[in-house]
Ligand binder design. Structure first.
Ligand SMILES: [Zn+2]
Length: 162
């Protein structure tokens, strides 16, 4: 069957940036299982898999606006170190929850000085045009329960605490 809206799709993927640098891959691991059209995948990839079937391998180029969005320089903020005094193991790459004008947001520490910390609220892949290598492993109808939960159930079980 060909992938249509709300189908369960099991797929391998490898994602690279526009210079061909590998960012992430499922090929060495378990494939990803998703329900098409539920917003789990970035929009550019979710739309691109429609119509493919089991065994298909293809490439998808996704511009940043269909991936993780534009990068905003004003999401980068420098704060006094004492503002983060309660945070343990503060270092480059530490992820923090911060309250901003747009609500709760995850920020990543990108610079640590003696008295100042710089954090970035952009998604790590924001502003990047991405290229996906995709292999479709399985396509099937979603069960009513899966659609209700909005995620794939493995071997008939939910595997989540609802
Ligand atoms: Zn469930």
């Amino acid at each position: 069957m060909k992938i249509a809206k709300n189908n369960v799709v099991v797929m391998h993927y490898a994602v690279s940036d526009s210079e061909g640098t590998l960012i992430d891959s499922s090929y060495e691991d378990e494939p990803m299982a998703i329900i098409q059209g539920t917003g789990y995948l970035i929009p550019g990839l979710d739309d691109a898999i429609l119509g493919y079937k089991m065994g298909d391998k293809f490439e998808v180029a996704v511009s940043c606006d269909q991936a993780y969005g534009e990068r905003f320089d004003d999401y980068v903020q420098t704060v006094p170190r004492e503002a983060l005094a309660g945070v343990e193991d503060l270092g480059l790459g530490t992820q923090l929850r911060a309250t901003t004008d747009d609500g709760e947001q995850t920020v990543i520490v990108i610079d640590v000085q003696d008295d100042e910390i710089t954090v970035d609220g952009n998604h790590p892949l924001a502003g990047l045009d991405l290229s996906f290598d995709v292999e479709i492993i399985e396509v099937r109808e979603a069960t009513a329960e899966e659609l209700e939960h909005g995620h794939v159930h493995v071997e008939g079980g939910c595997g989540h605490n609802h």
